[in-house]
Write a protein that binds this ligand. Sequence first.
Ligand SMILES: C[S@@+](CC[C@H](N)C(=O)[O-])C[C@H]1O[C@@H](n2cnc3c(N)ncnc32)[C@H](O)[C@@H]1O
Length: 282
Amino acid sequence: MTGFSADWLALREPADHRARNGDLAAALSARFGQTTPLRVTDIGAGTGSNLRATAPLLGREQHWTLVDYDPALLAEARRQLRAWADDASEADDGLRLTKDGRALHVRFREADLARAPEVIGAQTPHLVTAAAFFDLVSADWIPRFADVVAQTGADFFTVLTCDGADDWQPPHPDDAAITAGFHADQARDKGFGPAAGNDATALLAEAFGRLGYQARSAPSPWLLDGTSPADAALIAALAAGTAGAAAESGTVSPNGADAWAQARRGARSCRIGHLDLLATRG
Ligand SMILES: C[S@@+](CC[C@H](N)C(=O)[O-])C[C@H]1O[C@@H](n2cnc3c(N)ncnc32)[C@H](O)[C@@H]1O
């Protein structure tokens, strides 16, 4: 398992929600805002952040399936969604929630998407979605995944896929070495084969385009301000994680990575590049 912690997902959630591209969110809402009931499958759902940000864009009755292979994260998703909703009750196979006048039925499905992407089609979704997931998958898995989505007839919306357009201020002499090490680590196999990393969005656009979809991508960077306590906490975690990944890749020494992380904790600002993508059937 890639082992994402619920604490890390909670720390990044406000920055994630703020970063999502407004134009693509509006396009999604124009397409599905009046569709009811609407079936949505969220893959690599973690603790449910993508549902919390996307549900307000969609129709009044929504049926969500949250897929993840980490049972602890799915249990935390259930807990957090109950707390987020205006009203919540247990349903036989999940939760029934109301939030801002919308009715949401949420199911939780534990599955390894690397082995069995077919689970995505099980609920014949109108929409397949994911957040902060696609840089983990491989270039080989992407067309396989796109085929599964196309066979269900669903549209596809993904947000917050890394694109490598990162910028830390002020500059540090070891930025280039750390970035090289971090990108090498990003390409490691995360269970799907060598990870597509920063190329994932272009590969998704190509795969869906070949299947007759219209694919649009647009930027959704984290823009973090070191003077804000919430952003500073995310910057500190990011600095430690980036330095650790770079050191593991072997392109920088552990001491060099530590020194960079120490300096980076005090960064004035930090931009971490992401892209969102909406692929719709004609
Ligand atoms: C960076 S987290 C993003 C979580 C959530 N979408 C969010 O935006 O907070 C990536 C998620 O993908 C899940 N994941 C990674 N590999 C997976 C696999 N092979 N099958 C199912 N889920 C996987 C992880 O457990 C984790 O929840």
